[in-house]
Design a protein around this ligand. Structure first.
Ligand code: SAJ
Length: 419
């Protein structure tokens, strides 16, 4: 009998659900736990509530063969994995209430030998806080010793998968596993090695926490460079896409792509966890956040100027999601831009978002309406290309020649290829 037979995954969101399904497909008995009854019901029926390539088939398979079940209530298990949201509050301070609520419930049912893993992105010191909270609530347990006795193990292993490629990256990416003690790290390593093909590298919990934050802050800063460059290019009337294309021919340069700002639940949020922990030192990271937010405001300004020049024009907002080919609207700059414009121009705003079925209430209440891409481009005179979904990449130039376009993603540039 394996020491990790039964695994409870707490939080069935963008990370928890694919993780639960993957582990279930590798022979573990998995219980998916979520406080949202609709999610529990949907997954229990073998369906999914998010868009992610190949996830529907996998969930269907593991639910129908009984290896993944779902519940609202925590049940005893060998391993508890926490994958709940860790947002920031209005003042950009980390909000750990979901993590701590999950720990509180798990603490009640822990037994010696259990392994508790935090996967949610968290500020430095969170895993130690969790261990402390458990010991306060359960003085009968100890944390971090080698196997046996009253010991449980606590570790931090941040997820680092890219939405759109989650199932493959869950298996193939290297993992960084931080233990409260080295015994904790080794135990968690043994668990991950059972389904991860990438290297599982052990370290301390605090280091692993900062590693995760570093990855996303690094990307945010690099995108900020591209966004800043795009605003500089606009001022000088130079095509930023051509500048980047040419600069990237240098062997050690790789400028990322500008866009309408940075969205999603990770890159637009996680740098704040570092900034919050050392506000006087994290100057580049704070400025990067500000530049990326500024880019969204700049696109709104440009769009308003263009629309005000065409008082009767309808406006196609192409894309609402935070990035290409996903349905996730969290922190989406495209959604923020569409909302500003809908508030100002009401029913003149036509929204195209191939990955969602219903227009968000906030947009609908201002009279904006949803359309297919062909209809929107036919009936509008202005188009804002906000997300580089495949559907928009495939739109032939003939169908957009009549439009005044703000292309924030550089996919409708039709630049001559210079070789
Ligand atoms: N973006 C740009 N230009 C680029 C790249 C991205 O504007 O050149 C924008 C996207 O449009 C989007 C945002 O940045 O609005 C973030 O998109 P992303 O594809 O860079 O990243 P996420 O948020 O989907 O996933 C990130 C990944 N982190 C890194 O690449 C360092 C992923 O590996 C993490 O697991 C994930 O955050 C997470 O959950 O933390």
């Amino acid at each position: 009998m394996s020491e990790f037979e039964k695994v409870a995954v707490v939080g069935l969101g963008y990370i928890g659900l694919p993780t639960a399904a993957l582990i279930a497909s590798r022979g573990f008995k998995v219980i998916g736990v979520d406080t949202n009854p609709d999610i529990v019901k949907t997954v229990a029926s073998g369906a999914i509530h998010i868009i992610e390539p190949d996830l529907d088939g996998l969930v269907q398979k593991v639910v129908s063969n009984g290896s993944l079940t779902t519940t609202n209530e925590l049940v005893p298990a060998d391993v508890f994995m926490i994958a709940v949201p860790t947002p920031i509050d209005e003042e950009n301070h980390p909000d750990l209430s979901c993590v701590m609520a999950a720990v509180d419930r798990i603490a009640d049912i822990l037994v010696p030998g259990n392994l508790l893993i935090l996967e949610s992105t968290s500020p430095i010191g969170t895993t130690e806080k969790i261990a402390k909270k458990i010991l306060e609530k359960r003085p009968d347990l100890s944390v971090g010793a080698t196997n046996g006795g009253s010991g449980i193990h606590v570790a931090y292993c941040p997820e680092r998968v890219l939405p759109g490629r989650i199932l493959s990256e869950l298996v193939n990416n290297d993992r960084c596993i931080g233990g409260i003690s080295s015994a904790c790290a080794r135990r968690a390593q043994r668990f991950y090695k059972m389904f991860v093909r990438g290297a599982c590298v052990a370290t301390t919990a605090r280091t692993a926490e900062l590693v995760k934050l570093t990855e996303n802050a690094y990307r945010d800063t690099n995108i900020a460079f591209a966004n800043e460059l795009s605003m500089i290019c606009d001022r000088h009337d130079i095509n930023v896409w051509e500048v980047i294309d040419l600069a990237n021919r240098h062997p050690r340069v790789n400028v990322l792509r500008p866009g309408p700002g940075v969205g999603g639940h990770c890159i637009a949020v996680d740098p704040w966890f570092i900034i919050d922990s050392a506000p006087d030192l994290a100057r580049v990271m704070r400025t990067s956040r500000e530049v990326n937010n500024q880019k969204t405001a700049t696109i709104v300004e440009r769009a308003v100027a263009l629309i005000d020049d065409h008082p009767y024009a309808n406006v196609a907002c192409c894309g609402l999601a935070f990035k290409a080919n996903v349905d996730d609207l969290r922190e989406s700059p495209a959604l923020e831009i569409a909302l500003h414009l809908a508030e100002k121009y009401g029913s003149r705003i036509k929204v195209v978002e191939p990955n969602i079925r219903r227009l968000p209430q906030d947009l609908a209440k201002h009279g904006a309406e949803m359309m297919g891409v062909d209809e929107a481009l036919r009936s509008c005179e202005i188009a804002l290309l906000l997300v580089d979904h495949d559907e928009f990449k495939m739109t032939p130039i003939a169908e957009r020649r009549h439009l005044d376009v703000i292309d924030t993603r550089g996919i409708w540039q039709d630049m001559p290829i210079r070789t």
